[in-house]
Design a protein around this ligand. Sequence first.
Ligand SMILES: Cc1cc2nc3c(=O)[nH]c(=O)nc-3n(C[C@H](O)[C@H](O)[C@H](O)COP(=O)(O)O)c2cc1C
Length: 183
Amino acid sequence: MTRKLVGLAGSYNRPSKTFALVQHIAAIAVDRYGFEGEVYDLTDVGPSLGHAQRQADLDANAAKVLAAVVEADVLIIGSPTYKGSYPGLFKHFIDLIDPEQLRAKPILITATGGGDRHALMVEHQLRPLFGFFMAHTLPTAVYASDRDFADYRVVSEPLQQRIGFAVEELAAFFPDRALAAAE
Ligand SMILES: Cc1cc2nc3c(=O)[nH]c(=O)nc-3n(C[C@H](O)[C@H](O)[C@H](O)COP(=O)(O)O)c2cc1C
């Protein structure tokens, strides 16, 4: 059975460093574990999100992204840092998810920011958010700043190393796939 990886970048920008980071990590995990992978951003979710108070209020585009997120076997979540935290609309998307829908799901959490000042945003903001859902956030969270990118591509060696650690931590959830890939 093919397992599904879904990436979600909480940014509207295109191009987006957050999307680039999530996509970069997704490609490595797909290669490593043989997942089926897809990555979305908040532009894919579209304008119905702002007015929605429950999942039923979302239009077809937004509902498709939300369904992909909650049905995924593994998530890679990325958020830009806004004022030391995640953007309000990203939180609003997550607010529409029922707590049961993310319970025990493995999630690799990532964020981007302009500099390093808010690097602990992944630990102080994103990890507790998904703790509420009783999801399994991986021990290694990934934060990247402007200088880790060139032309919206991940270029920094330390960042690539950290991404490698995080992707390896998925092996605890998919041991059959980890072994198959190693053979
Ligand atoms: C409204 C706003 C607030 C921001 N606040 C912060 C911040 O507090 N700390 C930080 O490091 N970067 C901050 N930034 C910079 C973004 O986090 C950074 O450029 C990010 O990589 C953008 O991601 P994107 O290209 O995926 O949209 C802010 C940017 C905007 C637009």
